[in-house]
Design a protein around this ligand. Structure first.
Ligand code: ATP
Length: 206
């Protein structure tokens, strides 16, 4: 019997934008995942002022961005924990909740690749789930060949097989925050309800 698949999508989502929702939707279709679970990361005291918006605001904005999309879900799993979580811990928790008949994919954008060697127990994470890498505008197509020596050929092959050629949506949360701080227009980069929320709550404007 073919396994049921779900895609987990972690990030700061500070704020969530159309790049996130668009590529996650494409990736889920490609994978054959029945749903995508957005998992905002907890605000870390160690990271100073990042993320700029509070946990509650980031959570509320994702809820607005995915409202009415049947295959999108939002989880407060990492926000509820006392400390910022490692991805491995989150993956293990979801795997335990869904059971071994469900295959877990964890989505990342191509911009995250260089950082991967610094992720907590990255080798275990590669083995534990399918790390699925999406294309990202401004970044080279995902290529893991440089990690053969440290992770081994099999893991590199697995990562490479899980690359998804998603559309290039040239939007980032950084650009949105910078534009807002400069009084620029961000409405084309966000779900309209998220833009309204940002203006109503005066987020990112200083
Ligand atoms: P920031 O500019 O603050 O770093 P971001 O736009 O990269 O934020 P994150 O919340 O850090 O957004 O991203 C969560 C995940 O989504 C990451 O794995 C990131 O690579 C991916 N991602 C974000 N935007 C895009 C996009 N436009 N296309 C593909 N992947 C994306």
């Amino acid at each position: 019997m073919e396994k049921r698949k779900i895609a987990l999508f972690g990030g700061t989502f500070d704020p969530v934008h159309l790049g996130h929702t668009h590529v996650a939707d494409e990736a889920a279709k490609h994978i054959g995942a029945e749903k995508i679970v957005f998992i905002p990361a907890k605000r870390s005291p160690l990271k100073g002022f990042r993320p700029a918006a509070s946990d509650d605001d980031r959570f509320a904005m994702i809820a607005l961005a995915i409202a009415g999309k049947n295959n999108f879900e939002l989880s407060d799993y990492e926000l509820r924990r006392p400390q910022p979580s490692y991805t491995l811990q989150t993956v293990k928790q979801f795997q335990a909740d869904y059971g071994r008949q469900t295959e877990i994919c964890w989505l990342i954008g191509a911009d995250s690749i260089d950082d991967l060697p610094h992720w907590y127990k990255i080798i275990e994470l590669i083995d534990e789930c399918n790390l699925a890498t999406m294309y990202r505008a401004g970044f080279a197509p995902p290529d893991f060949s440089m990690f053969k020596e440290i992770w081994g050929a099999k893991r590199v092959e697995k990562l490479q097989q899980n690359v998804i050629e998603t559309s290039l949506i040239d939007v980032s949360s950084t650009e949105i925050r910078n534009k807002l701080a400069a009084g620029g227009d961000i409405t084309s980069m966000l779900h309209p309800a998220v833009a309204d929320y940002i203006y109503e709550h005066g987020l990112y404007q200083t």
